[in-house]
Ligand binder design. Structure first.
Ligand SMILES: [Zn+2]
Ligand SMILES: [Zn+2]
Length: 44
């Protein structure tokens, strides 16, 4: 079981990059993070 570092939800697929400070985020939190960073949805 893996928990999102931001919302704490149990998720199967994790996402991380330099913007998450190497934490694992769920796709919703990951997308939201990049939305605020770039004002558009970017998955890198
Ligand atoms: Zn999350
Ligand atoms: Zn990023």
């Amino acid at each position: 079981m893996t928990l999102c570092s931001k919302c704490g939800k149990d998720v199967k697929k994790m996402h991380n990059c330099q913007h998450t400070n190497e934490n694992d985020y769920c796709v919703e939190c990951y997308t939201e993070l990049h939305y605020y960073l770039t004002e558009q949805v970017v998955i890198d």
